[in-house]
Design a protein around this ligand. Structure first.
Ligand code: PLP
Length: 502
C-alpha cells in the first residue's frame, strides 16, 4: 500500500473547502472562452469586465452591500493587510499616533501585521476574551476610547468557532470615532451577514472557504472609510489594487456566493451532525472536552480536547484511514508553538497540544460522522501502542552514537535541500514506503525524522500497520532538533548520511 490521497472523509473545511462543480464549470468557461483582459477595449475585454461586474454584484448582495463597495484582492490575508495599512496611511497623513484594538484570537494576517506595525510606532492593545472565546463587551467599552483609530474583531473564529457580538462592538467603535474591521472569512455561508446591520466599516472574505477557488478574496468598504492601495501599478479595482484581475477566480467566487442561501439553509443539518459527533465521542471517552461549545459557536466547527492524547498522533492515525481533520489554523501548522487562539481562551501548551479541530461542511453526511466515530473509538482502544514520541533534546551525542538506533529521514528530495539531516541518518523518501517495509527488520529501533514531525507521524502509522514494533517519532522534526542542538547541528548536520533511495 502507498499513501492514499483520496479522502474518504474530509472534515477540515475551515482550512479550505472542496470547489463545487458549478464553480469549476463557470471557471473553466472563463479560462477557455472569456480570456480577454478586462481592461482591453475590444469585445473580449468588455466581456471579461462584465463578468467581473456580475460577480461583484453577486458577492455584494450576499452580504447586503452595494457592488461599488466591494474590492477584490488575492486573498483574505491581503484584504486584512490592505484595510489595516489604509488606516495607518490615513493616520500618517494626519501625523496622528494610531491606536489599534484587536481581539487576541484574530487570524495571523491581522495579528502578524499588527505586530510588525508596533515596531513602527502603532499602539496595539488586545481585547479581553472569556474561556469560550467571546469578547467581554463591558471591558471593551472601557478600552476603546477616543484615541482608538481601528478596532479589529472577526465575526467567527476559525479554530474554535466562537461568534462575536460585532454589532455591540461596532456601536462602541462608532461612539469613539474609530473604524471597525471584521474578518468575516469563516462566517460567510454559515451566518447570514448583513454589513449594514452589523454597522461595520470593513469586512473581509475568502472564496476558498465557501467552495470557491483559492487565491481570491474581497473587502467590503463602507462609504467614507479610507482605502489605500497596497499594490502600485495600474488602475484596476477603481485604482485600489493594481494587477490584471484574476477573472476566472473572480467568476468562481461569484458563482460560489450564489450558493450562500443554500449553505445557510444547510447549517441546521450541519449542527445536528456536530451534536451527534459530540454525543458519540463522549460515550467512549468521558474525558473529552469541547472548547467554546457552551456559547454561540459556528454550526460546523468543533474544537475537541482529548486529555493525554497528542493531536499529531490522532491526526496521523485518522489520515491513515483517509480522514482529514486538523489541529489549528492551517497557515500556522508548521509553527510548533501552541495555537494563540487556544492559549487566549486559557488552555495550557499541553492542553492545546491535545486539541484537534473538526470542521464540517454542507457536504458532510451522517455516514462521514459515523465513520469518524468508529475510527476514533479504534484510536482510543489502541492509542500509540507501538509509537513513541521523542523530544528533540533526546537526540544527543550519545543517542547518535548508539548503533541500535536506525534514524530514518523520510523527507522529500527538495525538503532535504533546505535543511541538512541529523548525522548518521538514512534517507528514505516517504513515498518509497514499500521499500522500507521490504528491507528493514520489523524489530528495528526506528527513529523517524522529517521537517516538522508531521509526515513522520503519518509514516509511523503506516509502519505500525505493517508490523513494525519499535517506532519513535521526532516531535517537531528537524526544525525542533536544530533549535535544541544548535552546536551539534552546526558541527555535524549532514555528515555520514546514508542515501538509500536516490
Ligand atoms: N481569516 C480567517 C478567519 C481565516 O480562517 C483565513 C484562512 O484560513 C484567512 C483570514 C485567510 O484567508 P486566505 O487563505 O484567503 O488568505
Amino acid at each position: 500500500m502507498i499513501f492514499n490521497f483520496t479522502r474518504k472523509v474530509y472534515l477540515d473545511n475551515n482550512a479550505t473547502t472542496l470547489i463545487s462543480s458549478a464553480v469549476t464549470k463557470a471557471m473553466n468557461k472563463v479560462l477557455k472562452t472569456h480570456f480577454g483582459n478586462p481592461s482591453s477595449h475590444h469585445t473580449l475585454g468588455y466581456k471579461a469586465a462584465n463578468l467581473i461586474a456580475q460577480a461583484r454584484s453577486i458577492i455584494a448582495s450576499s452580504i447586503q452591500a452595494n457592488h461599488k463597495n466591494i474590492f477584490f484582492t488575492s486573498s483574505a490575508s491581503e484584504a486584512n493587510n490592505q484595510v489595516i495599512h489604509s488606516i495607518v496611511s490615513d493616520f500618517e497623513a494626519r501625523q496622528q499616533t494610531l491606536k489599534i484594538i484587536t481581539s487576541p484570537i484574530e487570524h495571523m494576517s491581522i495579528i502578524a501585521t499588527l505586530k510588525a506595525l508596533e515596531k513602527r510606532g502603532v499602539i496595539v492593545e488586545y481585547l479581553t476574551i472569556d474561556h469560550h472565546g467571546h469578547i467581554d463587551i463591558e471591558a471593551a467599552k472601557q478600552q476603546i476610547d477616543a484615541e482608538t483609530g481601528l478596532v479589529c474583531c472577526m465575526l467567527a473564529n476559525n479554530e474554535i468557532g466562537s461568534i462575536q457580538n460585532i454589532q455591540a462592538l461596532a456601536k462602541i467603535a462608532e461612539q469613539q470615532g474609530a473604524f471597525i474591521l471584521s474578518d468575516c472569512v469563516q462566517a460567510l455561508g454559515k451566518i447570514d451577514i448583513n454589513v449594514n446591520q452589523l454597522n461595520i466599516d470593513y469586512a473581509t472574505f475568502s472564496a476558498h472557504k465557501v467552495h470557491g477557488p483559492k487565491g481570491i478574496g474581497a473587502i467590503y468598504v463602507k462609504d467614507g472609510a479610507p482605502l489605500t492601495r497596497l499594490i502600485q501599478g495600474g488602475d484596476q479595482e477603481s485604482g485600489f489594487r493594481a494587477g490584471t484581475e484574476s477573472v476566472h477566480n473572480i467568476v468562481g467566487f461569484g458563482q460560489a456566493c450564489k450558493a450562500i442561501p443554500y449553505l445557510l439553509k444547510q447549517s441546521s443539518i450541519t449542527l445536528s451532525l456536530k451534536e451527534k459527533l459530540k454525543q458519540e465521542v463522549i460515550k467512549f471517552n468521558k474525558n473529552v472536552t469541547f472548547n467554546a461549545e457552551q456559547s454561540e459557536t459556528l454550526s460546523n466547527t468543533l474544537s475537541m480536547r482529548i486529555p493525554s492524547v497528542d493531536k499529531h498522533s490522532l491526526m496521523a492515525f485518522l489520515d491513515y484511514y483517509d480522514t482529514s481533520i486538523s489541529s489549528d489554523s492551517a497557515c500556522c501548522s508548521t509553527n510548533h508553538s501552541a495555537s494563540h487562539v487556544l492559549k487566549a481562551i486559557g488552555l495550557t501548551d499541553k492542553q492545546a497540544n491535545e486539541t484537534v479541530r473538526i470542521s464540517l461542511s454542507a457536504q458532510t453526511k451522517m455516514k462521514d460522522i459515523q465513520y469518524l466515530v468508529k475510527k476514533l473509538s479504534h484510536f482510543f482502544a489502541a492509542y500509540n501502542h507501538n509509537i513513541t514520541l521523542l523530544g528533540p533534546n533526546s537526540i544527543d551525542y550519545n543517542f547518535l552514537n548508539d548503533d541500535n538506533n536506525y534514524i530514518l529521514d523520510i523527507r522529500g528530495k527538495y525538503e532535504r535541500l533546505l535543511m541538512k539531516s541529523i548525522p548518521n541518518s538514512h534517507e528514505h523518501h516517504f513515498l518509497n514506503y514499500q521499500e522500507v517495509v521490504n528491507t528493514l527488520n520489523k524489530e528495528a529501533n526506528l527513529i523517524l525524522i522529517c521537517t516538522s514531525g508531521m509526515k513522520s507521524m503519518l509514516f509511523a502509522y503506516q509502519l505500525s500497520h505493517s508490523g513494525f514494533q519499535n517506532i519513535k517519532v521526532l516531535t517537531g522534526g528537524l526544525m525542533a532538533w536544530k533549535k535544541a542542538h544548535a552546536k551539534l547541528y552546526h558541527d555535524l548536520a549532514g555528515t555520514n548520511v546514508i542515501k538509500i533511495d536516490e
